[in-house]
Design a protein around this ligand. Structure first.
Ligand code: ADP
Ligand code: ZN
Ligand code: ZN
Length: 737
């Protein structure tokens, strides 16, 4: 026997520590890390996960309580994934209990069972019967004989054998048969290696695709950045790389930004493969989520496609991880456990010793930098399939020009020409609602949110004033609350207004709006896509939703209405994001037989980023921005972390961060390799009724930074005022630094 006397258990709690327990009283076999247990915690019993065991505890033994119950015979989280989770908790400075919980569906987190299947078998009484005992009731007799031939049969197997539920009920009432539940076996998707994995013939690869596929080593870790514009055939490379693993019984994990946005991609996976595919995303019920999770964990699904949190789903025999649209900011969780699913995938592939494919038409600067550092291999796929040629770019200088609610004459004329030829047009504007500001013409009053430092947005579709930051809503006033004037003006435009303007300009054309408000449910988006795919002339106007994953073969003109906002943003990533977005939107044009045109309206057409982008080279643009980052010693050349604090009264939150900075400087003084910025007010100081501040750490040595953050989180947990102020640590933040 081991001399284990204490188990260290992770429990979901805001504290960054483990809790010691004595072994359960009724069992003396050792518990492996990753096993779920029930433990007394304060006045409650909670589900926790065993992390480790020790021979000594820092707590008095007589204060410790035993584990109440052991829920699993074998760990639900396999050892390699468990290590990745331990790493993630350290790296992101987040409580381990919470991090481990991310890897489990809610039902398991609450202590529930793995998916069960019910079976029927003969009871002791039934076993004693001769096989013709029920000859007067032939269907009951048949069931009796069936169960005499098999030890037990599942509900589904009985149904398949033509046994109806009435027959089952009769034998049950006679106490001849009994049911029992057991965990669904989760047999591998290809237990004997005989399955014909492919349901359809793969495409013949182009030279670039072939080269890409050949570079991917299947049995070792490496990260590959697959860089190719939309339509260049990246997905086809993923499909074939996945097939190469499936043939050896290896599973594939595919992470995508948002599941509703890519029905076309899903359909392609389903058409290609014979094996089960598990989908993991936020739209699932708890039961469905558990089943999808188990399909991955037990190995019955060959392919797992999921959004961010699927980065932590266990796999029986992982073979490859793919992160599609790796630049997409939705891979970063922005609250609670603030992890980047892309970066977790890199670490996971490394520990699992399997390849990782990161795909994008507009790679993140982080990934390009990692290629420069030779941490990732850079694979380019050139050209587009189906003869589609690259779109031509046209910058439209709107200085001094008369705009019709945001549209220049040049753009309106180009739109008429395209519509006359029966083409589709995509108008991109990254602002929802009708108008971002409501102002009184007589006294200058502006409708502001009471809870945020922000204007309220006018919506006409579900009429009212909406705050896009705290989601509060109010009725649209008919007169100015200050001076009673009826002269209330709508300033600026959002997608609803552009939709109305376009409808007025082109009354005979259908205008579809695509944004969070118009595509609230999944079917709305599917219907819309089906409509668009009919290829009739129409105009699509929408937000960045339009830039994600869709295939719009009939679109020949893309209009970017307002490209200027990002040029002067305080967010150091704004330019990068703008370049990615415009390139992605442009990539939607001319995918079919007709060439596309991209028109960008700006007051700053001479800005170097437009020149670089319009020469149709995202790569050149990215190099330019990377150089700027190097020059200013910003990520990815350095490592950043953000300490945020917010409270109903500003002073408390600011004070906490000031003391945090003093603490940090006492640990490691500021120097050229470690800079402290702030504390400063957040870009929007007041939001949802709270005053928000942030302190930034930028360091050249990741190790130093992490050591420091570890000490800081401990310090914050001990600090009295930190208990009421809401604080968080964000490692590798996406937002403003
Ligand atoms: P990406 O993922 O880079 O946007 P896809 O793999 O979706 O590109 O390919 C775009 C289109 O080109 C798809 O319709 C796909 O079926 C087609 N395609 C991709 N590779 C080939 C190929 N080797 N031969 C013929 N068509 C291809
Ligand atoms: Zn007024
Ligand atoms: Zn608000």
């Amino acid at each position: 026997m081991t001399d284990t006397r204490f188990y260290q258990v992770a429990v979901q709690s805001p504290l960054r520590r483990l809790f010691d327990y004595l072994p359960p009283v009724d069992t003396d076999s050792a518990l492996e890390p990753g096993v779920r247990v029930t433990v007394p915690f304060g006045k409650r019993e909670v589900t926790g996960i065993v992390v480790s065991n020790t021979a000594s505890s820092d707590y008095p033994v007589d204060k410790l309580k035993p584990i109440s119950a052991v829920l699993d015979k074998t760990p639900l989280i396999p050892p390699v994934l468990f290590d990745v989770l331990l790493w993630a908790a350290r790296y992101y400075q987040h409580p381990l209990g919470d991090v481990l919980a991310t890897a489990l569906p809610t039902l398991l987190r609450k202590g529930g069972d793995l998916p069960q299947q019910s079976f029927w078998r003969l009871s002791t009484h039934g076993k004693g019967l001769p096989d013709n005992a029920l000859r007067r009731a032939p269907s009951q007799q048949a069931l009796l004989q069936l169960l005499q031939q098999h030890d037990c049969l599942s509900k589904e197997a009985l149904a398949a054998a033509g046994v109806n539920t009435a027959t089952i009920r009769s034998l049950k009432n006679k106490e001849l048969i009994e049911s029992f539940n057991t965990t669904i076996s989760g047999q591998s998707f290809d237990p004997n290696g005989e399955l014909d994995i492919l349901a359809e013939k793969p495409l013949t690869l182009s030279t670039d695709q072939q080269k890409a596929l050949e570079q991917v080593e299947l049995h070792a870790y490496h990260s590959y950045l697959i860089d190719g514009e939309t339509g260049s055939g990246k997905t086809e490379v993923y499909l074939q790389a996945i097939a190469n693993g499936l043939r050896y019984g290896k599973q594939a994990l595919v992470l995508i930004p948002e599941i509703n946005l890519s029905p076309q991609t899903l359909a392609r996976f389903q058409a290609r493969f014979n094996c089960p595919i598990a989908l993991i995303h936020s739209g699932l019920s708890e039961r469905q989520r558990l089943e999808a999770w188990w399909a991955a964990a037990s190995g019955s699904a060959g392919i797992i496609i999921g959004t961010r949190s699927a980065a932590f789903v266990p796999m029986k025999s992982p073979g490859i991880i793919i992160v599609d649209e790796e630049h997409d900011s939705s891979f970063k969780q922005q609250e609670g456990f603030r992890y980047s699913a892309r970066d977790v995938a890199v670490m996971r592939a490394n520990r699992e010793k399997i390849p990782l494919l990161l795909g994008s038409a507009t790679p993140s600067l982080e990934s390009l930098y990692n290629c420069q550092q030779q941490r990732y291999r850079h694979i380019s796929i050139k050209g587009r399939h189906g003869g589609a040629v690259q779109a031509a770019w046209q910058l439209v200088d709107i200085r001094h020009s008369q705009l019709n609610t945001g549209f220049s004459q040049t753009v309106i004329e180009a739109m008429s020409t395209q519509l006359a030829e029966g083409n589709q047009i995509l108008v991109f504007l990254n602002r929802r609602g009708f108008a971002p500001t409501l102002m009184c013409h007589d006294c200058g009053w502006v409708a502001n949110c009471k809870h945020c430092d922000a204007h309220l947005t006018v919506h006409t579709n579900r009429p009212g004033l909406h705050c896009h930051h705290c989601e509060s809503r109010q009725a649209l006033p008919s007169t100015c609350p200050e001076c009673r004037s009826e002269q209330l003006n709508y300033l600026g435009q959002g997608t609803e207004r552009s939709e109305a303007t376009l409808q007025a300009l082109f009354p005979d054309t259908i205008v579809h709006r695509v944004d969070r408000d118009s595509t609230g449910n999944k079917h709305a988006m599917e219907e819309l896509l089906a409509h668009i795919n009919k290829n009739e002339a129409c105009i699509l106007v929408g937000t960045q939703m339009l830039a994600k994953g869709h295939h719009f073969p009939g679109v020949t003109l893309v209009v970017v209405l307002d490209a200027d906002t990002s040029l002067f943003s305080t967010d150091f990533r704004a330019l990068e994001k703008m370049g990615q977005l415009i390139t992605q939107v442009a990539g939607r044009a001319g995918r079919g037989a007709k060439p596309g045109v991209v028109m960008i309206q700006s007051h700053h057409c001479e800005h170097p980023v437009f020149e670089l982008l319009s020469q149709h080279s995202y790569a050149k643009f990215a190099q330019h921005i990377l150089q700027e980052r190097q020059f200013s010693a910003m990520p990815p050349y350095t490592n950043a972390a953000l300490i945020r604090a917010e409270f109903h009264q500003g002073g408390e939150a600011l004070g906490l961060l000031q003391r945090a900075r003093a603490f940090l400087e006492s640990q490691m003084p500021s120097s050229p390799v470690l800079r402290y910025l702030g504390p400063f007010p957040a870009a929007m100081e007041k939001r949802g009724g709270r005053y928000r501040y942030q302190l930034t750490l930028i360091g050249t040595e990741r190790r130093d930074l992490h050591q420091l953050l570890g000490r800081l989180s401990y310090w914050l947990e001990q600090d009295k005022s930190a208990r009421k102020v809401r604080w968080s640590i964000d490692v590798d933040p996406q937002d403003t630094i």
